[in-house]
Design a protein around this ligand. Structure first.
Ligand SMILES: NC(=O)c1ccc[n+]([C@@H]2O[C@H](COP(=O)([O-])OP(=O)(O)OC[C@H]3O[C@@H](n4cnc5c(N)ncnc54)[C@H](OP(=O)(O)O)[C@@H]3O)[C@@H](O)[C@H]2O)c1
Length: 330
């Protein structure tokens, strides 16, 4: 008999997440039947989307959503033999018995690279950065791009790939340590601590008086408005996320009306989800692996040890605790 631990949503979040919203419980798993695998979580991930999506996709008492890098510990399914590693969309749990193959993604071999990258740079956040930048914004050499949330899982890769494509990168992040990393190690061109800058629009204009060709928006709210106001004619904006509003209570805040500016500057503004390109993820993964091996792409992780600490790692996303990808090592 295998006992699993899992985190459940005890109460729907209301404002900033608090400890009583989630609960750690135990469950005894059934014996394996034909077609089943027994998974053991090795790395789990906490991602900002879990906050807004839990409100629409989960009922109170449900297991928190999310993927994990899992080892197939036992198998009665020849497609997933014992010893295989998979990216498993089974939620926040240490052990799982399932026969649902649609939840299990085999990823290309990483060689010497850490398996945790399967939930980070070589998983959903990495694919979001890669396809959001290259398919939505299609940056050209010499163009100026703004990325906010720039020291996070998605943002840090967006800025680096944009540099690889010959762009000038302007970035916003939320601490001196993060800004130093982006400027000194990742060589972003202009980096601002948005918590210290009084006027984000002014900062962008100082960095690029002619404005922005591209804007990869992870944050929304005031940060979106600042970037929007600095767009050049025919600029492109990729709306990736809006973490600044995920903990807002009640109705989403209504910001300034952007229509006139979008119209006058003839902007293209497109929201997207990284899942859109899932059928092509392996291609991008192989290219990203090459870039990492050649030292062209730097991957940083903030690793929380212990499944029992997963809840605080999740809450930490909204306090800016992570640099690079927030990962949980079981
Ligand atoms: N479209 C998609 O398919 C997709 C996929 C993945 C992620 N996303 C979105 O992309 C964004 C970044 O996700 P990620 O996984 O890379 O997370 P992340 O950036 O690794 O972690 C979250 C970071 O957001 C920043 N933050 C938190 N509250 C903020 C606020 N009120 N204002 C400004 N910044 C705040 C914090 O950094 P600071 O210290 O800099 O504040 C924090 O470290 C999120 O909006 C997420 O929902 C979208």
């Amino acid at each position: 008999m295998v006992k699993a631990k899992k985190w459940i949503l005890a109460h729907h979040f209301d404002g900033n997440p608090k400890d009583s919203d989630m609960k750690l419980v135990e469950e005894t798993l059934p014996e394996l039947k034909d077609g089943d695998v027994l998974l053991e979580a090795v790395y789990l991930t906490v991602d900002p989307y879990m906050r807004p999506f839990s409100a629409v996709a989960l009922k109170e008492g449900d297991t928190m959503m999310g993927t994990q890098v899992a080892l197939v510990k036992e198998s009665r399914n020849p497609k997933f033999p014992k010893g295989t590693y998979v990216d498993a969309n089974v939620g926040w749990r240490t052990h799982t018995v399932t026969s649902d193959e649609s939840l299990l993604r085999k990823f290309p071999p990483f060689g010497e690279l850490p398996l945790s990258y399967a939930v980070g740079a070589l998983g959903m956040p990495g694919m979001t950065a890669y396809y959001g930048l290259l398919e939505i914004l299609k940056p050209k050499k010499g163009e100026v791009i703004l990325v906010n949330g720039a020291a996070g899982a998605v943002g840090s890769l967006v800025g680096q790939i944009a540099k690889l494509k010959g762009c000038k990168v302007i970035a916003f992040a939320g601490s001196p340590e993060k800004c130093k990393w982006l400027k000194d190690d990742l060589k972003f061109d202009h980096v601002f601590n948005y918590k210290q800058v009084k006027d984000q629009e002014k900062a962008i204009r100082e960095a690029s008086p002619d404005g922005l060709d591209c804007f990869f928006d992870n944050v929304g709210g005031e940060s979106f408005t600042a970037g929007l106001r600095c767009m050049k004619d025919f600029g492109r904006i990729a709306v990736c996320g809006c973490i600044s509003s995920y903990n807002d209570k009640g109705e989403e805040k209504q910001g300034p009306y952007p229509n006139a500016l979008i119209n006058r500057r003839q902007l293209r503004v497109e929201g997207f989800l990284g899942w859109r390109w899932m059928a092509q993820w392996d291609e991008a993964t192989l290219e990203m692996i090459d870039w990492i091996r050649q030292g062209k792409l730097v991957v940083k992780e903030s690793v929380t040890e212990g499944f029992d600490n997963m809840r605080s790692a999740f809450y930490g996303l909204f306090k800016g605790n992570n640099i690079g990808k927030a990962v949980i090592k079981v």
